[in-house]
Write a protein that binds this ligand. Structure first.
Ligand SMILES: Cc1ncc(COP(=O)(O)O)c(C=O)c1O
Length: 430
């Protein structure tokens, strides 16, 4: 590997040696004030548009114009089974088998549907473990599920917190909490990657500990899918849900995804909210009212799916497949992390604190950075970066998130980000 130095020539050499560099050209990156692409570091919020997406979406608009309702049934892209076109690529990204993975609904909706099935409280076992800094939608969803099932969040919600003065959760504390509440614990619902700090949680160990305690486990993979390799089937995870508009580049409000482990998919005793799209497709249009579920996670589907957003997502999944999936992307991401860590240490120093854990296994591509220059407000730094066309995001109360995404961010982007941050910090403190 190139010896890392702070000069622009190192970034150029790293880009030249990057076997995935050409994938950047497959995305539109928003233009900055001078017309050249912004340093776009918010793929953790809204991924970039694959250039091919318009073609995929237009193909469906064209089929709609040409065939009308018949497009549901005709040709290789028939809308009736259209979601199946996404299954194998999604399965590779999350480590799920075809019967375990489906593109449907949106993230919070899927969390609710899956909790209906996997949160089955009894008077003895009614608690759900979440984390202190859970994404608000997850917190609301869990609280409302607890109430819906006749329990009280004050008694049934177990909250995992970092130790006093710490930012991130400790593995031992999480596993300890699971063991401590074991006999009363019904469900562990945690993120794969924490949205604020970027911490990767030890999903396999959490799953094993929860199962040992007699509880079920679900993960919110909003910040994990397309960011880090996942092996949901092998880890024995009960269920998971994700959105597609972040690292999967599926577009705003794009279709979400769900995983249910194979050992549950055919279990007719699980409580489930039903809709006609969960009905076996060969009998669905007989319009009977006796539910006969598809023998896979597809039985959790409710409605006929949003074809246009699925078409956009197919364009991006195709890029993931051609890039070779998560392993090469993660390898590049780890080189980018090493490079960005070096620049932060050498150029920025203690003017910024890295909130994200530093151990490779505990981080994906997202950095959470906190400005530590006395008298300099982090929001002003964020604002100045934006004005310089370096796009990060601000997360209340005091963190700048920046995510170099290996599919389309270059080492030169990272170099420019740090150069701009250095200048902005100098200007605001001087
Ligand atoms: C971690 C996490 N969970 C849940 C959500 C909510 O997603 P949706 O609006 O697709 O339901 C988000 C959205 O950004 C998120 O980041």
């Amino acid at each position: 590997m190139t010896l890392l130095t702070t000069g622009a020539e190192t970034a150029a050499a790293l880009d030249a040696a990057d076997p995935l560099a050409s994938f950047r050209d497959e995305f539109h990156l928003p233009a900055g004030r001078d017309g050249s692409p912004q340093i776009y570091l918010v793929g953790n919020s809204l991924g970039a548009v694959p250039r091919a997406a318009a073609g995929y979406v237009n193909a469906e608009l064209e089929r709609w114009a040409r065939l009308g309702a018949a497009a549901h049934f005709e040709g290789e892209l028939a809308w009736l089974p259209y979601h199946e076109l996404l299954t194998s690529s999604l399965g590779r990204l999350v480590g799920g088998r075809p019967s375990e993975v489906v593109a449907m609904n949106s993230l919070t909706v899927n969390l609710h549907l899956l909790m209906v099935s996997f949160y089955d409280p009894t008077p003895e076992r009614h608690k759900i473990l979440i984390e202190d800094h859970a994404f608000p939608s997850d917190h609301f969803a869990v609280e409302s599920q607890i109430r819906q099932r006749g329990h009280d969040p004050a008694e049934s919600l177990v909250i995992a917190r970092p130790r006093s003065g710490a930012e991130v959760l400790r593995r031992d504390d999480l596993l300890g909490l699971i063991a401590e509440h074991g006999p009363e614990l019904a469900l562990v619902m945690l993120p794969g990657v924490q949205y604020y700090t970027g911490q990767v949680l030890p999903m396999a160990e959490i799953t094993a500990a929860a199962h040992e305690a007699g509880a079920r486990v679900g993960f919110d993979l909003a910040h994990a899918v397309g960011n880090i390799p996942l092996a949901l089937h092998d880890w024995n995870v009960d269920f998971a849900a994700w959105c597609s508009y972040k690292y999967l580049n599926g577009g705003p409000g794009g279709v979400g995804g769900a995983f249910v482990h194979e050992r549950h998919v055919g279990d007719r005793s699980l409580p489930k909210f039903l809709g006609w799209w969960g009905q076996r497709p060969d009998i669905r249009f007989e319009m009977g009212t006796v539910f006969d579920p598809i023998g896979s996670v597809e039985s959790w589907q409710l409605s006929n799916p949003p074809i246009l957003t699925m078409a956009a997502l197919r364009a991006s999944l195709d890029v993931f497949d051609r890039a070779g999936g998560m392993e090469p992307l993660r390898a590049k991401s780890q080189r980018q992390i090493e490079y960005l860590d070096m620049l932060l240490a050498e150029v920025i120093g203690d003017r910024v604190e890295i909130v994200t854990p530093t151990a490779p296994a505990e981080r994906g591509c997202q950095y959470a950075l906190r400005v530590k220059v006395p008298g300099v407000d982090g929001r002003a730094v964020h604002q100045a970066l934006e004005e310089a066309d370096v796009v990060c995001d601000w997360r209340y109360p005091d963190v700048i998130r920046a995510a170099p995404v290996p599919l389309y961010n270059s080492f030169t982007d990272i170099h420019r980000f740090i150069g701009t941050l250095d200048r902005v910090l100098d200007e605001l403190s001087g």
